[in-house]
Design a protein around this ligand. Sequence first.
Ligand code: GTP
Ligand code: MG
Ligand code: ZN
Length: 325
Amino acid sequence: MDTSLIPARVCFASRGHARVLIGGREWDALLTGHLEFLAAGPAGLPVTGDHVMVRPIDAATVIIEQLSPRRTALSRRAAGTRQEEQVLAANVDLAFLVTGLDGDFNTRRMERYLALAHEGGVEPVLILNKADACPVLAERLAEARSVAAGAPVLPVSALTGAGCEALEALLAPGVTAVLLGSSGAGKSTLLNRLIGDEAHATGPVRLSDSRGRHTTSHRELIPLANGAFLIDSPGLREVQLWVGRAALSAVFDEIAAWASECRFADCSHTCEPGCAVREHASPERLASFHKLTREAARHEETRSEKARWRAIHKAQKQIYKWRGH
Ligand SMILES: Nc1nc2c(ncn2[C@@H]2O[C@H](COP(=O)(O)OP(=O)(O)OP(=O)(O)O)[C@@H](O)[C@H]2O)c(=O)[nH]1
Ligand SMILES: [Mg+2]
Ligand SMILES: [Zn+2]
């Protein structure tokens, strides 16, 4: 083991440039070519939240030499048509899934976020923000609870601070939480409320459709005074799944439970007689389950295809190494 290396945590990462925290101090960080060479695609490069081993090269700069295995990771399929994983944040304990209680409110989108959290081994918390401006709060709460699959549903107002003590209680020392949600949902306002200052820019939403203006432009890990960490992130335009079908059983837990009562063990819950799922599940939930299952099945195919290519590339790299390239 190289004893000159120091453990650090990535607090910001973009192409070729990163910043890391060592103790309470922030350093600029460069990547070694070796690390880039070893990475199997962008998902193998450091992202916000990663633990790394670094070597200081001057008073303000370190080189990232090693990437530690991720305890948890929140990933989606990269935007656009590429079949590629985008790791949104690593080594997080809690996913604060923020929805605005305005035009942003959408239970189908919540299911997608929940699936990402379950797949990544991250505990989801559904946060319903802007409770101060919602005349139908009880109704919205019930709707969110009906898709939460047991995850906590917390109504808050980042603006007035109402309900925020429940979030503070979750942020115990050492815990890392990431704020995820659409642009304009109020993630940065919530972050400012939780860190107790106005350091992070927030922006207004269009009244016509409650959409935000993508005020936050990068993911950033912020240490809180009590030793917890909070990651703010830019609003996601689309939440494409990067999950297998197993994660969906956790999200659609009532469907998974009824499935055991279907007449056929391999019931697809589409046309079979004696289907307990079709009998009991709400039609919207079932339609959503089928849609996400198709996406997850496509993902499983890509994943096994990619794994095959990764194995081939790895073998090739090994050969180059032997030849001294
Ligand atoms: N009424 C009300 N408005 C809020 C609340 N929280 C945030 N807002 C407003 O919603 C708008 C968007 O807030 P931001 O915190 O910038 O949203 P964001 O999720 O960080 O957006 P991006 O950085 O673009 O992803 C701002 O005008 C906030 O003042 C709230 O609890 N109640
Ligand atoms: Mg923001
Ligand atoms: Zn069935």
